[in-house]
Design a protein around this ligand. Structure first.
Ligand code: SF4
Length: 295
């Protein structure tokens, strides 16, 4: 899932990394400059999760007001359920492979807490199984490749080299005005790439905000530069697992955009002021607050 194809790897080596080295990132826009403007959060008493900062689903950000000021819980859709379960499939399959070598899909399926998933299990089982098998096969192929070249490495060493991912790494975003219990989808610690997984979504420019936000948080906590980010778009169509990637440089412009979004949303919550609704045509019926806004 987070493995780069040959072409993506060439793009990384010959386009993105040279650009990142030549253009660079301004010192004040590195996460470790969290204690000074523009990264220093203006409001000390408000902390938000990353998705609240990065989602531009609601044109006026009324969803942020409803959730964090009015404390109204969203009504998740079937698409949200698919996203939740496939995130779990990818992260649990990868972690099981890294820690133990593999795990049986049926055994994993028994561990799901269905009261947290707003969908019938039978509607999610087949796509989940397909993605599980897909991830497992790629991991096995990578492991076989690394093993063939490193005859003296231990089993654990081989697995962490073949699948070099920190998955669902828990990290605090408090230095940047975010929640203290963030969980990033994946960080490739050999290539220093921050990944974000999107399920059944069409690529949008604003999707880049989320991995850039995690890159800033990672820099603020671990003080290592993260110049490259990647959105991974996962879909299962007609039984086929489809993966597209958007690999990009976490530039100054994107970092500034993230800071603007964070400041705008922290302000809504700190002031407790309803930003109002946009034109009705701009609201989609699958918005998790549609019933709240339009009864
Ligand atoms: S229904 Fe419209 S205004 Fe209400 S939260 Fe959704 S997108 Fe925003």
């Amino acid at each position: 899932m987070y493995f780069l194809s040959d072409i993506e790897h060439k793009y990384l080596l010959y386009q993105l990394l040279p650009t990142a080295r030549e253009v660079g990132v301004s010192r004040e826009l590195r996460g470790w400059s969290w204690h000074q403007p523009p990264l220093k959060p203006y409001y000390d008493n408000v902390k938000l999760p990353m998705y609240a900062v990065c989602s531009k689903y609601c044109p006026t950000n009324r969803d942020v007001y409803l959730r964090y000021v009015e404390k109204i819980l969203p009504v998740p859709s079937g698409k949200v359920a698919l996203g939740k379960i496939l995130h779990g499939v990818v992260s649990d399959c990868l972690r099981a492979f890294i820690q133990r070598g593999s795990m049986d899909f049926d055994a994993w399926w028994q561990t799901i807490r269905w009261f947290e998933i707003p969908e019938k299990p039978e509607n999610l089982r087949e796509p989940s199984r397909r993605v599980w098998e897909f991830v497992q096969k790629i991991c096995e192929a990578r492991l076989a490749d690394v093993s063939s070249r490193q005859p003296y490495a231990s089993e654990l060493d081989l697995r962490v080299s073949a699948v070099p991912f920190l998955v669902e790494h828990k990290i605090s975003g408090e230095l940047l005005g975010l929640s203290g219990i963030l969980s990033l989808d994946c960080y490739d610690y050999l290539k220093a790439i921050m990944f974000d997984l999107k399920v059944a979504s069409e690529p949008q420019e604003w999707h880049r905000l989320s991995p850039v936000g995690y890159a800033l948080v990672f820099e603020s906590v671990h003080e290592v530069p993260v110049d490259i980010c990647c959105n991974v778009y996962l879909n299962v169509e007609n039984g086929k697992v489809l993966v597209r990637k958007d690999l990009f440089f976490a530039s100054d412009e994107l970092r500034q955009w993230w800071i603007e979004e964070r400041d705008r949303k922290l302000e809504i919550v700190a002031d407790g002021k309803d930003p109002g609704k946009p034109e009705r045509s701009q609201c989609k019926e699958d918005c998790m607050y549609f019933k709240v806004c339009y009864g």
